[in-house]
Design a protein around this ligand. Structure first.
Ligand code: XIL
Length: 348
C-alpha cells in the first residue's frame, strides 16, 4: 500500500502504536466493536494493537440483549468482555435507555407505564449487575433530547413512558438513580448527538447535568457522540463546552467519533477529502487532549470495512474511520497518532 510507504504512516507496524502513546498521554482511546467480526484476524489484531478501550456498537442494546420479555442474551456482550480482558482493554457499556434500537416486542408491546417502569428497572439491574466490575462506564441514557433540546417523544418518556410523562428530565433522573443502585462503582454517562460545541442543545444538556449535580443525582459524565457529517469542526466551541462540563466535576468522553466524506458509486473518496478529514480528526483530538475533564476518545468502529455511515447516509458518504477497508492506516490515523503523541500541552 502506498500509505505504508509514507514516513510516519507505517508507525503502527514498526513503531509505537496508538494505544501506547495514549497510555503515555493518560487518555483512553477506544473503538466501537461488532463482536461477530472478532473472528477476523486483521480486525481483532488491529483492535487489540491500537486501542485500550472498546464499546459494543450494538451488542449491549435492548434489541440484542432482549430477544423477549423474560430472556437475556449476553453472548455477544460477554464475547467482547472476554476479548477486552485478554488484551487489557476497558469496556464502555452502551446503552441502557434509548428510544431507538429496541426489539419489536417492547416497542410495539402496548405496555402500561407501570409495566414499562418495571421492565426498565429490572433490565438496568440485571444488565449492570451482570457486567459489574467489567464495564467501567455506561451510557445510561442515550439521545433523550431533540435537536432543539426538547425532551424527545419516546417509549420511555411519554409513549407511554415509565410514569413520568410530561415531567421533562425527571425520567432521566429516575434511571440514573436506578443505575447507581445497580452498580455503584460504574461511571454513569448521559450520551448525546449534536451537542458537541456550544449551541442550543448543548446549553440544555449543560443545564440538565448542572441541575443533576446540584441535587446529587448520580451522574459522572457526558458523552459527546461527535459524528461529523461535514469536513469541519469548531474545535474552540468543543473546548468551551468540555470546559463548562468539567467545571461541574464531570468527565467528558468523546464516544462515537467519525468524520464522513463524500464517496463515489464505488465507495471511494478523494485524496483531498481524506487529507481534510485528517485535519478534522486532529483538531478534535487536540481539543480533547487540551481540555481538563476529557478522558476518552472513541471512534465509532475503526475500519471503513465496517461502519454504520454507509447505511445511514444511503451510501453517499463513507470512509469515516482511521483505517481503510484493508486495515491500512489513513491520514486520519496519522493525525490521531501525532496529536496523542504530542500529549497534553495545556489543561484549560
Ligand atoms: C448504530 C450502529 O452503528 C448500527 O450498527 C445500528 O444499526 C444502529 O445504531 N448513535 C448511537 C449509536 O448512539 O448507538 C448508533 O449506532 C449510531 C448513532
Amino acid at each position: 500500500m502506498l500509505l505504508a510507504l509514507l514516513p510516519g504512516l507505517a508507525s503502527s507496524a514498526h513503531g509505537p502504536t496508538l494505544r501506547q502513546v495514549a497510555e503515555q498521554a493518560r487518555i483512553l482511546v477506544g473503538a466501537a466493536v461488532r463482536p461477530p467480526q472478532l473472528s477476523e484476524t486483521a480486525y481483532a489484531s488491529t483492535l487489540a494493537r491500537e486501542f485500550n478501550m472498546v464499546e459494543a456498537e450494538d451488542a449491549m442494546k435492548w434489541w440484542v440483549l432482549r430477544p423477549n420479555a423474560t430472556t437475556y442474551d449476553f453472548r455477544q456482550g460477554d464475547e467482547l468482555v472476554r476479548f477486552s480482558q485478554g488484551h487489557g482493554m476497558k469496556v464502555r457499556g452502551h446503552c441502557l435507555v434509548w428510544g431507538r434500537n429496541n426489539p419489536d416486542w417492547l416497542a410495539k408491546g402496548h405496555f402500561s407505564p407501570k409495566q414499562l417502569s418495571q421492565l426498565l428497572h429490572q433490565h438496568i439491574r440485571r444488565v449492570m449487575k451482570h457486567y459489574a466490575g467489567q464495564v467501567f462506564a455506561w451510557d445510561v441514557v442515550n439521545e433523550a433530547l431533540d435537536e432543539n433540546g426538547n425532551v424527545r417523544d419516546s417509549l420511555w418518556y411519554n409513549k407511554p413512558g415509565i410514569g413520568l410523562s410530561g415531567q421533562g428530565t425527571h425520567y432521566i433522573e429516575q434511571v440514573f438513580r436506578w443505575a447507581h443502585n445497580a452498580d455503584p462503582k460504574a461511571l454513569l454517562f448521559y450520551n448525546e448527538a449534536e451537542g458537541e460545541g456550544v449551541n442550543r442543545k448543548s446549553d440544555v444538556i449543560y443545564a440538565m447535568v448542572k441541575d443533576f449535580r446540584q441535587r446529587r443525582v448520580p451522574i459522572d459524565g457526558v458523552g459527546l457522540q461527535m459524528h461529523i457529517p461535514a469536513l469541519d469542526a469548531d474545535a474552540s466551541a468543543i473546548k468551551a463546552n468540555v470546559a463548562r462540563l468539567a467545571a461541574l466535576g464531570l468527565q467528558v468522553h468523546i464516544t462515537e467519533l467519525d468524520v464522513s466524506v463524500p464517496v463515489d458509486s464505488r465507495g471511494n473518496a478523494s485524496a483531498d477529502d481524506l487529507a481534510r478529514q485528517a485535519e478534522v480528526y486532529r483538531s478534535i483530538v487536540h481539543a480533547c487532549l487540551n481540555s481538563r475533564g476529557c478522558t476518552a476518545i472513541q471512534t465509532w468502529g475503526f475500519t471503513d470495512k465496517y461502519s454504520w455511515i454507509g447505511s445511514h447516509s444511503r451510501g453517499s458518504r463513507g470512509q469515516a474511520l482511521p483505517f481503510d477497508r484493508t486495515y491500512e492506516p489513513k491520514p486520519a490515523y496519522r493525525a490521531l497518532f501525532e496529536e496523542i503523541s504530542a500529549g497534553r500541552t495545556s489543561s484549560d
